[in-house]
Design a protein around this ligand. Structure first.
Ligand SMILES: *Cc1c(COP(=O)(O)O)cnc(C)c1O
Length: 464
């Protein structure tokens, strides 16, 4: 049997499962810039982060080691759904009549249906090791909250989730999942923090945002010494844990003698994109490989394509350190698109530096095109993608059609970050022609960025 040409689902023997995560910082020519204290504008040290995170994660945040061992108990839990399948999208290729070979890594096979348990389980493990009893977090579409709920109860940790109000109302089943996994879930802005009460008083109809929910979760954690906080994207240690995706994908592609010309991931804070792409970015930095690596965002929250690279708060209220990020300004309130996980104003420090240095590129796609892509994918490959993941599908289709126009036999690898089974309300709206595109004006972006000038948050120059 010739598995090299005919397999759809690509095999990976157990001995080839990753034993360590890959830390791209070791290979970056310009290292990510440090977070700054908002008042002193001095780099934030490990001590400043101690109220929020366990020490092991703080060390991972700053480590320059190229590989970080995956603890054995974490690898044991990973085995429930890992390796995730790498699938050759023959049916999609046929529908597009493209010479491009399309492969996708499917993270929807995890317990909560997305890539997020890859870091949730690791974070719960390190918190439990250090005796943490309770964690707070925020969630947008509910993907992160459900992943962390699953992980924390495995390790006997209590969880309080602040869920962005618009998603709380759109996706009631996500709350049920979190409750099954023992978490308390509160819509944000909530009535249980000062931040939530203040925002609700000023603007009673506020639909919430990831930035506000982060402020609430951080507030609750800093006010209680036995409580820590956990973030599902953006931070260096989160991106590190997600590299298990790309490490597996690379080994799986090797099984069939394939290697991508283009690697694609959708982009919220950067974790699934980093996960699929960083092992390939390494080949580009270290091995000089000629690969395009594309982060795909919604055009209604366009930080990578229309934001500025500068220091900004990670949340809306300003409780976090200043992070060097491509940002639309921490006050930017994205429209209530269905891809709730992509409604975040900034990008992580590592991904921002890589974009600034030209190792990766970014693309923005409208909501309607993303749903059309999701429909075609569902009708060919059979999997109904999460609204976030349809952004990666959209760019893949664009690249495959371009390859067809140019007659090029390229290989595309993309990350299908999750399934959309809890997002059927969004597809229902698509089927009844109720999905709109939202546009963001230059003035709106400029206004939010002007606030950062007024606050004296530094812009970051292009480095050599
Ligand atoms: C959360 C989420 C995203 C966006 O977050 P990243 O950190 O950018 O990966 C994308 N897809 C799915 C399915 C998600 O749950």
């Amino acid at each position: 049997m010739n598995r090299k040409t005919h397999s759809k689902k690509i095999y990976l023997p157990e001995e080839r499962l990753p034993k360590a995560w890959y830390n791209i910082v070791a290979d970056m020519p310009n290292k990510p810039l440090p977070p700054l204290h908002p008042a002193t504008k001095k780099p934030v040290g490990p001590d400043d982060l101690a109220p929020l995170f366990p020490e092991a994660l703080i060390m991972q945040e700053v480590t320059q080691e190229r590989y970080v061992e995956i603890p054995a108990p974490v690898r044991e839990i990973y085995k429930i759904w890992r390796p995730s399948p790498l699938i050759r999208a023959y049916e999609l290729e046929k529908a597009l009549d493209t010479p491009a070979k399309i492969y996708y890594k499917y993270e929807g096979v995890s317990p909560s249906g997305s890539h997020k348990p890859n870091t949730a389980v690791a974070q719960a493990f390190y918190n439990a090791e250090e005796g943490v009893k309770k964690i707070t977090t925020e969630t947008g579409a509910g993907q992160w909250g459900s992943a962390l709920s699953y992980a924390t109860q495995l390790f006997g940790i209590e969880l309080q989730v602040f869920m962005v109000k618009v998603s709380y109302n759109q996706k009631p089943y996500r709350k049920t999942m979190m409750n099954i996994w023992k978490a308390s879930v509160t819509p944000s802005p909530s009535g249980i923090t000062d931040t939530g009460r203040k925002i609700s008083a000023e603007d009673p109809g506020n639909p919430g945002s990831l930035g506000i929910a982060i402020s609430e979760a951080v507030e609750m954690a800093v006010n209680d010494p036995s409580t820590k906080y956990s973030l599902g994207s953006v931070l260096n240690h989160v991106l590190l844990h997600q590299t298990v995706i790309g490490l597996e994908a690379k080994a799986q592609m090797e099984q069939v003698d394939a290697y991508p010309d283009v690697v694609i991931g959708c982009f919220g804070g950067g974790s699934n994109f980093a996960g699929i792409s960083f092992p390939f970015v390494r080949d580009k930095i270290v091995g000089g490989k000629d690969i395009r690596i594309i982060a795909v965002e919604p055009d209604s929250c366009p930080k990578l394509t229309r934001g500025q690279f500068r220091y900004d708060f990670g949340d809306t209220i300003g409780m976090t350190p200043l992070i060097p990020m491509y940002t639309l300004g921490h006050g930017f309130m994205p429209p209530a698109i269905h891809a709730g996980g992509l409604r975040y104003h900034g990008a992580g420090a590592i991904v921002s530096q890589l974009l600034n240095d030209g190792f990766i590129e970014a693309s923005a796609v409208p909501q309607l095109e993303s749903f059309e892509a999701g429909m075609l994918f569902a009708r060919t490959e059979g999997i109904i993608p999460a609204p976030e993941s349809t952004h990666a599908v959209t760019q893949t289709i664009r690249e495959a059609l371009k390859a067809k126009a140019e007659g090029k036999e390229i290989t595309i690898l993309f990350n299908l970050s999750g399934h959309g089974h809890i997002d059927l309300g969004a597809y229902e709206q698509y089927l009844s022609n109720a999905i709109d595109n939202y546009s963001v004006t230059d003035e709106e972006i400029a206004e939010n960025l002007k606030v950062l000038d007024q606050m004296g948050f530094p812009k970051i120059e292009k480095q050599k």
